[in-house]
Ligand binder design. Structure first.
Ligand code: PEP
Ligand code: MG
Length: 537
């Protein structure tokens, strides 16, 4: 049994799929049995071809035949007798292992292509490298193809980046386990959105399992059991059943208004990353969207989403939510959220660096596209715009100026938008919380981002499992900042929500109700349990 940090509740029993990012080290090994080595190589070729065939079919369905054609050329290379023959000759002539033989042949091919005059042919060198890497991964059992997986897959990874999770086949992945990360790292948040169990910060889980191992994931206790015996499997099947029964029970609350024991109506809202996530929020009886992390629209692609594309995404969410509030947060990129097409310099402390509103105010070319899309979408529902990572009044004023400027432009162009959109900020930097009395005068609402607020207040990286014991939502300093922020909002007649994971933390809910929090926003899977607890207080 391995232990980590429980990141998303529930139980799963499935098969391991290892996602290894480590560079595969190739060592030369002298072999006696040439035939056996050739068979290993041929099997790796066959497996590679099967995988590529599936990827090609998926790509054809999802991105179109022209873009999927690249996989066809990879498949052709695998079937090229000259290429396979060259590797087999290396094995035979030098009596070396298939890995080393393959790597030598790939290097020769790449050098040959690199020297070609024709640009198209030169580029084929990259295909050889890709294919070579896939065969090698199959030879060494390091294959980690996230888009091509069996049913009941448990992903085991060192870490899962937001763009990795975007690639996953949501119908087949039933749990995540990672070496690093804490409850509020993005892989953990994503697992709660997908409503699948996850354990993070397991330190060495990737080196403790191999592909195809049977594994039990206990997202309640934060443990995993590798290759369990029959009795243990039965025990967990029972736990799973009971857990699912409790979840069914909670469904009775879906259409019940959330009112505290003191008679205060509060909103239970959902956090979303992709427009389609709105369906889960509604299915769990969500009163609002308390946080739309728009950066996910920018991820897992090769270019920025344009104004029209963003407009469609926001309009979709607003329409689906009808007149319920939808808080859309402007781009919060940087930190652990990177874009391949927007290279940012490496930073010593990315969480304290060039990110979110800082980047947006510095890059109006990027920021204005989003603001224009938001304003245009505002006529389709109850939109509220929220700025992330605000540390000072100056930033609020500057960001509001950008909105003003975009309104002017749209007006000139004869495009419609609403005039009375609420504008709020995330309170996730201690300075904003301490100074919330002043900031409350300039905004319509606050939403407390505890994921970051806790890490900055306690100087404990939210991604680092080694300091996760310090990352404590109930630390008195954190609670003081939360209380102050809520009071400051109320003093100015504004509302205050919370969209950090603490809003759905069962230990924190009664305190937050007592402080007068108006809106609790969380992953869809936590909403009903939270509702039950809020109503008990
Ligand atoms: C937060 O910091 O609490 C938050 C909700 O934002 P994110 O997790 O996207 O940083
Ligand atoms: Mg944050």
């Amino acid at each position: 049994m391995k232990k980590g940090i429980a990141a998303s509740k529930g139980y799963s029993i499935g098969k391991v799929l290892l996602k290894k990012d480590k560079k595969i080290k190739i060592e030369e090994v002298k072999i006696d049995n040439v035939e056996k080595e050739k068979v290993r190589f041929k099997e790796a070729l066959k497996n590679s071809e099967e995988q590529l065939q599936k990827i090609k079919e998926k790509a054809e369905r999802e991105i179109g035949a022209d873009k999927a054609a690249v996989f066809e050329s990879h498949i052709m290379l695998l079937g090229d007798p000259e290429f396979a023959g060259a590797v087999e000759n290396e094995i035979e002539n030098n009596k070396i292992n298939a890995e080393k033989a393959l790597s030598d042949v790939v290097k020769i091919y790449m050098a040959t292509f690199a020297a070609m005059e024709d640009e198209y042919l030169r580029e084929r060198g990259a295909d050889i490298k890709d294919v070579g890497h896939r065969i090698l991964a199959n030879l060494t059992g390091n294959i980690s193809d996230l888009s091509n997986m069996e049913n009941n897959t448990v992903i085991v990874a060192h870490d899962l980046t937001p763009s990795d999770t975007a690639q996953l086949d949501k119908n087949k992945v039933i749990a995540f386990l990672t070496d690093i990360g804490g409850r509020t790292s993005h892989s953990a948040i994503m697992s709660r959105t997908l409503e699948i169990p996850a354990v993070v910060g397991m330190k060495d889980i990737t080196s403790s399992v191999k592909n195809g191992d049977t594994i039990i994931v206990d997202g309640v206790e934060g443990t995993a059991i590798i290759n369990p015996d029959e009795n243990t499997i039965r025990e967990y099947e029972k736990k799973k059943e009971e857990y699912e029964k409790e979840r069914e029970e909670l469904k009775k609350l879906i259409n019940v208004e959330t009112v505290t024991k003191d008679g205060k109506r509060v909103l239970v809202a959902g956090n979303i990353g992709k427009p389609e996530d709105v369906k889960q929020v509604l299915a769990n009886g969500g009163d609002a969207i308390g946080l739309f992390r728009t950066e996910f629209l920018y991820m897992d692609r090769d270019d920025m989403p344009g104004e029209d594309e963003q407009f469609e995404a926001y309009k979709y969410v607003l329409e689906k939510m009808e007149d319920k509030p939808v808080v859309i947060r402007t781009l919060d990129i940087g930190g652990d959220k990177k874009l391949s097409y927007l290279p940012l310099p490496e930073e010593m402390n990315p969480f304290l660096g060039y990110r979110a509103i800082r980047l947006c105010l510095d890059r109006p070319d990027i920021f204005k596209v989003q603001i224009r899309a938001l304003l245009r979408a505002s006529v389709y529902g109850n939109l509220k715009i929220m700025f992330p990572m605000i540390s000072s009044l100056e930033e609020i004023l500057q960001a509001k100026d950008v909105i003003k400027e975009c309104r002017k432009e749209l007006k000139k162009e004869g495009k419609k938008y609403k005039d009375d959109i609420e504008i709020g900020i995330m309170v996730e930097i201690p300075a904003a919380a301490v100074n919330s009395e002043e900031l409350a005068k300039y905004v319509d609402f606050f939403s407390i981002g505890t994921n970051d607020l806790i890490q900055y207040t306690l100087a404990a990286d939210r991604m680092n499992e080694k300091v996760s014991y310090l990352y404590n939502p109930l630390h008195p300093a954190v609670l003081k900042l939360i209380k102050l922020t809520i009071e400051s909002a109320h003093k100015e007649g504004k509302w205050c929500g919370m969209c950090g994971e603490m809003a759905g933390d069962e230990r924190a809910i009664s305190i937050l109700v007592e402080y007068g929090l108006d809106e609790f926003s969380m992953s869809a899977s936590s909403m009903l349990k939270a509702k039950q607890l809020i109503m008990e207080k």
